[in-house]
Design a protein around this ligand. Structure first.
Ligand code: PFF
Length: 458
């Protein structure tokens, strides 16, 4: 179990497409499918979408490029890499990455477990008519724990197979199916007679909303979670790269694909909500702990039931898509933890995946039995800590490592002016904006922390 890592050949991607699909697979997840469209609709519609794209361009892509640079440069787990490259003072950043991977996967797997159960039941002959009661039964007590554990077992089973045979193969199979289902659903949703009001609600431009400081907090938190930033996930993936691709280009592709999926998911969800008159029953715009999960898991199945067997097919397709999206993201969350144990302690992949998968599964049980705990964990780890991690990553790469990082980027990007633009965003724009965001996030993060401590004790 403690074979030195040096005796194991380090994993690597088989193809560039495999790496990109796996990175897109990490980014595209549950976050895209429900949170983006909600925040967008509430936060200013089309105006918000533009603000979000600006944030992705000026913080998301430069930081993602930075993570990819550190990963490829180090050829090591982020935990080992930040300490070796930055010096011992940077070790806590690596621990923060692992803590986030552990903490997010623990509750993410709970929601993913629900989607898996829905997909399974829908395929077996449709969901029960009373979607509210069905959700209650799926999302509480033993059934919730059981589907969470099963989802974790599937995630571990893939990670055990390693980068090429596990992560890459899963992405190559699951992601194309996911894209096809999403496009199919969007085309179908466009044919709904009452869907126009949904598009109008989703995308009506409301400039006034953008002045609310909460909006920038929500947009930035959403961008980090959705792009898998701030916890070394894509850093880990890039550490399995050997070739000289242009990392800024790869980051742009991943970020735009992630945005595209989130945007199109909104084009599926809102026409359904409005066509079936569900907007009043779901309390549009609350955060995860109360009603937004209700939209996906209660309102959509309720609305679609009126379509009979066509509705059953749409429900099944929708939840299979969510399940695939969640799985490829969960794999990347577990890989952060597993790679730290392989590279840092010299463990074998199999023992690392099994033991840490098991510990994360245990860690998710409080979230499986208490949805408020889940919401608080999402707010604290999935939002606040990712921004903290992103801020320090920007400082590490932009100041401590700027010379070697620029040289690493130059291996695939010889345009020095473009690299200077990247450096400017990493050194000045990202840290300043992230400090502002952290300031606005303080109250919600604190509240979430208190909730976690209180519920954790109880
Ligand atoms: N990006 C994933 C989503 O949008 O659902 C969640 C996620 C995966 C966050 C990996 C962070 C991460 F490192």
């Amino acid at each position: 179990m403690t074979d030195p890592a040096a005796t194991q050949a380090r994993d690597a991607w088989g193809t560039r497409a495999g790496f990109i699909l796996a990175a897109v697979g990490s980014a595209v997840g549950l976050g895209n499918m429900w949170r983006f469209s909600y925040v967008a609709a509430e936060g200013g519609g089309a105006a918000f979408v533009l603000l979000y794209l600006v944030l992705v361009a000026i913080i998301g892509i430069p930081l993602m490029t930075s993570e990819l640079i550190v990963g490829r440069m180090s050829q090591e787990s982020p935990v080992v890499a930040v300490k070796r490259l930055g010096g011992p003072a940077w070790a806590p950043l690596g621990w923060l990455f692992v803590f986030c991977g552990f903490g997010i996967l623990a509750y993410y797997s709970v929601i993913a477990g629900w989607t898996m159960r829905y997909a399974f039941d829908a395929l077996r002959g449709g969901l029960p008519t009373d979607a509210g009661a069905y959700f209650q039964s799926v999302a509480s007590g033993w059934p919730a724990i059981a589907s969470h554990l099963l989802f974790m077992a599937i995630t571990v089973a893939i990670v055990v197979f390693g980068v090429k045979r596990g992560l890459e193969r899963a992405a190559l199979i699951l992601m194309p199916v996911l894209f096809l289902i999403l496009v199919g659903l969007a085309v179908w949703a466009a044919s709904l007679p009452g869907g126009g009001a949904g598009y109008a609600y989703y995308l009506r431009p409301q400039l006034g909303e953008l002045l609310d400081p909460n909006i920038i907090r929500l947009a930035a938190g959403q961008a980090f979670f959705s792009l898998s930033l701030g916890m070394g996930a894509l850093m880990t993936y890039a550490s399995y790269l050997r070739s000289k691709e242009n990392l800024a280009k790869e980051a742009t592709i991943v970020a735009l694909a992630d945005f595209g999926v989130a945007f199109v998911a909104g084009l599926v969800i809102f026409p359904i909500i409005f066509n079936f008159g569900l907007e009043t029953t779901i309390g549009l715009g609350r955060e995860i702990s109360d009603n937004t999960v209700g939209t996906l898991f209660i309102a959509l199945p309720t609305g679609l039931q009126s379509l009979g067997s066509l509705g059953d097919i749409v429900v099944a397709a929708f939840f299979i898509m969510l399940f695939f999206a969640a799985l490829t993201s969960a794999i990347s969350l577990l890989e952060v933890v597993v790679s730290a144990v392989i590279d840092g302690w010299g463990w074998r992949r199999r023992s690392a995946s099994l033991l840490f998968g098991f510990l994360i599964a245990l860690g998710g049980i409080p979230a499986a039995i208490n949805i408020d705990f889940l919401g608080a964990a999402d707010a604290f780890v999935g939002n606040f800590l990712l921004i903290v991690g992103g801020f320090f990553t920007a400082i590490l790469v932009g100041y401590r490592l700027i010379g070697p990082a620029d040289a690493e980027l130059a291996r695939g990007m010889d345009n020095a002016r473009a690299r200077a633009v990247w450096a400017g965003f990493v050194r000045y724009v990202a840290p300043i904006l992230l400090l502002v965001v952290l300031y606005f996030m303080m109250p919600t993060a604190w509240q979430a922390f208190i909730t976690i401590v209180t519920l954790g004790r109880g």
